[in-house]
Design a protein around this ligand. Structure first.
Ligand code: KIV
Ligand code: ZN
Length: 512
């Protein structure tokens, strides 16, 4: 019988540590629900003790997720652990994830603790955590660069104290597949009680080897849990990418002989949701979820695929959620067809009212754009600027004028708590003028740290999807807006970002 490989998703914790990727509570909840639909085994929902905002996020996710284990990160101290356990109280299945650095460099320079002190803290904090919860994961931070003798001593003790998962992070992405696999194998062989815990891999992608290292940790090292993020999101070069690990293990079942819970047909929708929420665009040639991942441009390949698909395809695009880029719906399509398409795309709406509101936006778009693609529908359901009626700012209309040799002018109408206001300005270009027109009224003082435009379905007829990242008083938020008119999409994205800056309940970026 095949062993099971546990998929531990840390998009909402380690992924979110990427500068600029911080998410609001609503966004995290939405992604957590999607991860549950994807059937990930463990969702690391955040780092509860790092801020009140993160505490609330972990708590809200713990309250709604039923089919995945919900986990919170905690430093290995009583305060962090108690706070994490408190946030996880509503969870049906919960895990505490303790971490403490064990490399000589981190102990001496960062923690300013001796190895004996670290050993003792690891032992006592695991004991403390185990008294609160049955499912305890321990991570020796910078584990791969730690002295193996010291690591064996620490890990044997935390297993004896009740840690049920041992995770070996390659925190700085320094590992090489064979060496990392053997590192874990060696630890498992040397630690007498190693069979009492599930072994886990956690690899960063600084040398582009996070997926390869993780797989070596599984095959050579015998790990049975992989920690990963959607689209490989994460600090610096990111984490091990969930979609690549999952599809490697599924596609090469002949080699890995491992079972996964994951329902792969939700992979693409999850990737898009994370990309749209964070503003981190997926590169076209990204494996599995990139726009070109299943596109055959060369004549020889196209011919081969038409004759026999497996000449050039090792996976079926539809198995990970791609459908042919066909015109799915139009102006005359009804609500049922729309609802069915949402289901096929893996989008689930909470209520009939939500479907009605999305359908109204679909009709409005179909009036302006004759061909509606899957990408349009996905953008439409995630368009923050129109989906939250109760938000502070909402877009109403825009007019702008630009002509060669003249400075562009824009006038915008938007609502502030339901009341219409108007702003006008000139600018370097129509987008600049429009955003300045908003600012002429709002005066947020926010600094724009990213502006990006993406064509949703690849032609000039497509909708533009704009991401705006704003920073104000230490907070960084992303706003996303889509529209066939990219100036309007820009204004919507800007208003969406302002709404997030306004929202006091949202978290201040919490870093581990
Ligand atoms: O990379 C790392 O070391 C981590 C730990 C906190 C698990 O993210
Ligand atoms: Zn990490």
């Amino acid at each position: 019988m095949a062993d099971k490989l546990i998929i531990f998703d840390t998009t909402l914790r380690d992924g979110e540590q990427s500068p600029g990727a911080s998410m609001t509570r609503d966004e995290k909840l939405r992604i957590a629900r999607q991860l549950e639909r994807l059937k990930v085994d463990v969702i690391e929902a955040g780092f509860a003790a790092s801020s009140n905002g993160d505490f609330e996020c972990v708590k809200s996710i713990a309250a709604v997720i039923k089919d995945s284990t919900v986990c919170s990160l905690a430093r290995a101290n009583d305060r962090d652990i108690s706070r994490a356990a408190e946030a996880l109280k509503p969870a049906k299945s919960a895990r505490l994830h303790l971490f403490l650095a064990t490399s000589a460099l981190h102990m001496e320079k960062k923690l300013r603790m001796s190895p004996d002190e670290v050993y003792e803290q690891a032992r006592l904090s695991t004991r403390f955590a185990r008294n609160l919860m049955g499912d305890i994961e321990f991570s020796p931070e910078d584990g791969y660069r730690s002295d193996p003798d010291f690591l064996c001593r620490v890990l044997e003790t935390v297993i004896a104290e009740g840690a049920t998962t041992i995770n070996v992070p390659d925190t700085v992405g320094y590992a090489i597949p064979e060496l990392y696999g053997n590192f874990i194998k060696n630890l498992r062989e040397r630690i007498p009680n190693s069979d009492k815990a599930v072994w886990s891999v956690h690899c960063h992608n600084d040398l582009g080897m996070a997926v390869a290292n993780s797989l070596a940790g599984v095959t050579i090292g015998g790990a049975r849990q992989v920690e990963c993020t959607i689209n490989g999101l994460g600090e610096r070069a990111g984490n091990c990418s969930l979609e690549e690990i999952v599809m490697a293990v599924k596609t090469r079942k002949d080699y890995f002989n491992l079972d996964l819970n994951i329902d792969a047909k939700h992979i693409l929708a999850t990737s898009r949701m994370v990309s749209q929420t964070t503003g981190f665009v997926v590169q076209p040639n990204k494996a599995v979820v990139g726009a070109n991942a299943f596109a055959h441009a060369s004549g020889i390949h196209q011919d081969g695929v038409l004759k026999a698909r497996d000449t050039y395809e090792i996976m079926r695009a539809e198995d990970v959620g791609w459908s042919a880029n066909k015109i799915v719906l139009g102006k005359l399509s009804g609500r049922n067809a729309f609802k069915q398409r949402l289901q096929e795309l893996g989008v689930s709406m909470e209520s009939e009212a939500e479907i009605n509101s999305a359908f109204a936006r679909f009709k409005e778009l179909a009036d302006r754009k004759s061909d509606i693609f899957d990408e349009d529908i996905l953008a439409l359901v995630s368009d923050e600027s129109v989906s939250h009626a109760a938000e502070q700012y909402a877009f109403v209309s825009l007019s702008q004028h630009s002509e060669t040799g003249e400075r562009p002018q824009a006038s915008i109408v938007f609502t502030v708590l339901g009341k219409e206001v108007k702003g006008s300005s000139s600018g370097n270009g129509p987008v600049d003028a429009s955003l300045k027109a908003i600012e002429s009224h709002v005066k947020s003082g926010a600094e724009m740290v990213l502006y990006s435009v993406n064509a949703i379905s690849g032609s000039t007829e497509s909708q533009g999807e704009v991401t705006v990242r704003l920073q104000n008083s230490g907070r960084v938020v992303n706003g996303v807006g889509s529209d066939p008119d990219i100036v309007v999409a820009s204004a919507k994205a800007y208003l969406s970002a302002l709404n997030k800056l306004q929202n006091k309940a949202d978290r201040v970026a919490a870093q581990g």
